[in-house]
Write a protein that binds this ligand. Structure first.
Ligand code: DC
Length: 219
């Protein structure tokens, strides 16, 4: 069994930015489970499915194989042998991933890959149900969150930097909606594990969050 660090939290809490830095500095393999759900979402969209077509999604899932590879330590996600890493970060994919990840069959489809990675390697794995469901015996569990306003503002600035037109209120609404779906679904809802450390990054810098989490991970 590898040394396992689980980081869960809502969309836009900064999990991936923080997780990338902590894993690099501590020598963990970073496993981004949201990217796996996003890869499946790409498959469903490529099949022409709509998020509300639960039966179609369950059926299409049977023909989707998600695998991971690492290039210079950076996770690459493959869908049926094709690298789809560059296709994962659109609003359409976000929405499809958020809706389809509530379907139990979709979660089961990715469970083995996630547990296998944790078994083989020292991993820092982030997602929504890592500490509560995927790796209940993780060595360290973190619940990383921030207020909806802070998370929306961060995303807004991110889009602006990339020159993507966006509306702050719309982003805020979208994040609140996604939180509601992630936290209220029946299967593996997002919640803080009893033994997880709570880190609220609303008023913290990235460096402060990184150092706080690294301190929890000292072996
Ligand atoms: O972290 P992210 O935004 O890339 O995740 C995309 C979607 O996948 C998100 O709406 C919630 C879902 N997800 C999940 O249900 N369980 C995980 N372990 C990771 C992500």
């Amino acid at each position: 069994m590898g040394y396992n660090v689980a980081i869960d939290g809502p969309a836009g809490a900064g999990k991936s930015t923080i997780a990338k830095r902590v894993s690099k500095e501590m020598g963990f393999l970073y496993v981004d489970t949201g990217a796996m759900y996003r890869a499946l979402a790409v498959h469903f969209l490529q099949c022409g499915l709509k998020p509300e077509d639960t039966e179609g999604i369950k059926e299409a899932c049977k023909n989707a194989e998600v695998t991971l590879q690492y290039e210079d330590g950076v996770q690459q996600v493959y869908l049926n042998g094709v690298n789809v890493t560059g296709l994962l970060r659109t609003e359409e994919v976000s929405r499809m991933a958020s809706v389809s990840s509530a379907i139990p069959e979709i979660r089961t489809h990715l469970l083995k890959l996630q547990r296998d990675m944790a078994e083989k390697y020292n991993v820092l794995m982030d997602g929504r149900d890592i500490g509560t469901h995927i790796l209940p015996n993780a060595d360290v569990k973190i619940y990383l969150t921030a207020s909806v306003e802070t998370r929306a503002k961060r995303r807004y600035l991110e889009y602006q930097e990339k020159g993507i037109a966006c509306d702050l209120e719309e982003i805020e609404r979208d994040i609140a909606e996604r939180d509601f779906r992630d936290m209220n679904r029946e299967t593996a809802p997002l919640k803080q594990a009893k033994d997880a450390h709570l880190v609220d990054s609303s008023d913290m810098t990235i460096d402060e969050v990184v150092e706080t989490i690294k301190a929890f991970c000292k072996k």
